[in-house]
Design a protein around this ligand. Structure first.
Ligand code: OSB
Ligand code: MG
Length: 368
């Protein structure tokens, strides 16, 4: 396979409801969509999960465009590839910029799966026919709003709730939620809003039998997380701190994390995500697939990855209708009673709704 043509599009999709985290509130999802064609005319799709602003990690939609245009696309166009794993090696001279790398690597995996006539899940070695998913809920104006929302999602069949926390919106919010839902699997995601100075607050969370607490400390830390884990009964799950297999190894060896949230974009692509999965399986560390408020295309990649056997905990990839009035794939992703069926069709397994893609496109550029 050899990529001969690539199109980058900037899309903007309005979220059904604003998503608030410890670092800010998002109303519109701006992102880059990549369409790649190989010499035989097969088309593959990838999504950059970088946001408009660098609050989750340092990458942004526009740094991704720059990296793709000036470095990554020139390295990949017209290069003969036997397997998508070679994309990772091709990009190895370029440091970091993982979301940019992942966007184009995802399109290569899609093409490879189509050409070997298998689903993306099967191409990755995934076996599950369905995956269990949960919901990630942003910070709500009031605790009553949160409880009402959770009631709704529990009714829809979602079996695990992740709630965002930040200083001042933590212990009492979780206490109220736990009182209302004594047996519900609940976890909390702090997106790096705390430091070791907040040890007392974080220790109070041990009372509520949380499945885990996600990324309580700095986004680039594994040392303080190891100290914190020694003080907490609740398992720590790292998100922002893990950007590669090497990061995962160091965090596991230090005891900084008992669970890893794997995001394809954050770690630089499906090949690296699979390596982290395999390493964690060997070490007895559970993994789950995180979400980045993706459109259907990124969502399809997440579903395929989650079909690997060590994704034993429900992920954040819920149905399209939880985010969008209208998604850009057909059929849309449907979660039934908290489960999503892994598509069997070749490639990412969903059709691209080009009319919808065009409707959400602000600008685009072709590379050949
Ligand atoms: O920390 O997992 C996170 C969304 C944007 C940025 C970071 C995170 C999240 C989520 C939402 O938690 C996951 C989703 O529903 O896609
Ligand atoms: Mg997180």
């Amino acid at each position: 396979m050899k990529l001969t043509e690539i199109t980058i599009r900037h899309l903007q999709m309005k979220l059904k409801s604003p998503f608030a985290t410890s670092f800010g509130t998002l109303e519109n999802r701006d992102f880059l969509l990549l369409e790649a064609k190989d010499e035989s005319g097969t088309i593959g799709w990838g999504e950059s999960v970088a946001f408009r602003a660098p609050w989750y990690t340092e990458e942004t939609m526009m740094t991704n465009w720059h990296m793709l245009e000036d470095f990554l696309i020139p390295l990949l166009l017209n290069k003969e590839l036997q397997h998508p794993d070679e994309v990772r090696d091709t990009f190895s001279p370029i440091r970091k910029n993982n979301m940019a790398k992942s966007a184009i690597e995802g399109a290569v995996w899609d093409i490879y799966a189509q050409q070997t006539n298998q689903s993306l899940a099967a191409a990755l070695g995934g076996k599950s026919e369905q995956i269990e998913v949960g919901i990630s809920i942003g910070i709500q104006p009031t605790t009553d709003d949160l409880i009402q929302l959770v009631h709704g999602y529990v009714k829809e069949g979602y079996k695990r709730m992740k709630v965002k926390i930040k200083p001042g919106k933590d212990v009492e919010v979780i206490r109220a939620l736990r009182e209302h839902f004594p047996d519900l699997p609940i976890m909390a995601d702090a997106n790096s809003a705390y430091s070791l100075k907040d040890l007392d607050t974080l220790k109070q969370l041990d009372e509520f039998n949380l499945m885990m607490i996600e990324q309580p400390l700095a986004s680039d830390d594994i040392i303080d997380h190891a100290k914190l884990q020694k003080e907490l009964e609740t398992p720590i799950c790292l998100d922002e701190s893990i950007n590669s297999l090497e990061d995962a190894r160091k965090a596991v060896e230090l005891g900084s994390t008992k669970v890893i949230n794997v995001k394809i974009g954050r770690v630089g692509g499906l090949s690296e995500a699979k390596k982290i999965h395999d390493y964690c399986a060997e070490k007895g560390i559970s993994v789950w697939c995180g979400g980045m408020l993706e459109s259907g295309i990124g969502r399809a990649h997440n579903i395929a990855l989650t079909s690997l056997p060590n994704f034993t905990l429900p992920g954040d990839t819920s149905g399209s209708d939880r985010y969008w009035e209208k998604d850009i794939i057909a059929p849309e992703v449907i979660a039934n009673n908290g489960y999503i069926t892994v598509p069997k069709k070749a490639g990412i397994g969903y059709e691209i709704d080009r009319e919808a893609v065009d409707a959400f496109t602000f600008s685009k550029k072709h590379y050949r």
